[in-house]
Design a protein around this ligand. Sequence first.
Ligand SMILES: *[C@@H]1O[C@H](CO)[C@@H](O)[C@H](O)[C@H]1NC(C)=O
Ligand SMILES: *[C@@H]1O[C@H](CO)[C@@H](O)[C@H](O)[C@H]1NC(C)=O
Ligand SMILES: *[C@@H]1O[C@H](CO)[C@@H](O)[C@H](O)[C@H]1NC(C)=O
Length: 331
Amino acid sequence: MSPLDLLVLFLSVHTLASPVVKRDAPDFAFDGDAPFTVSASDLAASLTCPNGNPTQDSPPVLLVHGTATTGEESWGDGYIPALLANGYTGCYITIPNRSMGDMQLNAEYVAYNLHYLSHLSGNLPTAVITHSQGGPNTQWALQFWPSTRNITRAFVALSPDFAGIDLLGSPSLLNDICEGGLCQASMWQQSAGSRYYDALHGHGFMELVPTTTVWTQFDGVVVPAQNNAQLPGATVLSVQSLCPLRPTNHVTMTISSAAYSLALDALNNNGVASLSRVKKNALSICLRITAKGMNVSVAKDLQSLLENLVKGFLLGTAKLKAEPAIAAYAQ
Ligand SMILES: *[C@@H]1O[C@H](CO)[C@@H](O)[C@H](O)[C@H]1NC(C)=O
Ligand SMILES: *[C@@H]1O[C@H](CO)[C@@H](O)[C@H](O)[C@H]1NC(C)=O
Ligand SMILES: *[C@@H]1O[C@H](CO)[C@@H](O)[C@H](O)[C@H]1NC(C)=O
């Protein structure tokens, strides 16, 4: 694991408040759902649709970022233009505190915005694509807000950590570091063996909507990557099964041509990607680094990521002495 990987794990950043967007913020309260603790206006204000609202001709895809980043940084130059070129309108949420806080709150942003994006699209069902922590946040939302399932037609999780992170190959090291008081809420929760994962796995952990997960052998952050990509019932594929030896890592997963092709195939086929179908175009897919339509350079992406991480590391938000309590609805 490189110093950058460690920084990815431990950085902490104060987000600047996003500009207040005045929009109507409906209540999405349904029987059987967990209660929202964040206000509807705050939940609604986290959604950005850079190309306007989705339509029947360009249906919705909700994009959910991972730990330590923002919607714009994760998707703005990558999935947003690429999806548009492929006939989908991507909209991203930006979770406060760079998603370093309590993942139970982070999941509220996903649950609310699955409904909200469907609402803004004229009640079309939405697809959702996630990176890293966005995966468990979305699975948690689908689990504890069951009303989201019938408006979510497909779920694609890139490099999800569904099982818990083993730092430097040790199932307890991250937890030991957290015990030393160095971790923010979402780092406590993402370490293998956390109470968060007990709760996530303890309520019928399985595919709840058609789901495809994509992992990379060279992830470097979500370790072990293959184990963390497992979700009973889901289609689980690696980048290297399409493009052998492709050195995609955790960060470049959101711009990888191979990962994007699998995600797009899932969007086009009711949430279930087929390796054999995508492989027919393997030559052109694997010759590219970033996907067609993306407006990114790997070098620029990694450089700005590093700057954000360092900035965040220096600013540092409060670290917690213990993992946040599990909410009553998830016990
Ligand atoms: C973000 O941090 C603030 C200040 O610590 C806190 O009040 C708020 O609940 C946090 N929100 C999330 C989603 O982590
Ligand atoms: C989806 O589920 C909610 C409650 O769980 C229900 O009120 C709504 O009618 C359902 N919508 C469809 C399209 O089935
Ligand atoms: C691509 O990025 C450049 C600068 O980063 C920007 O000026 C340009 O508008 C972008 N193009 C698209 C299609 O998003």
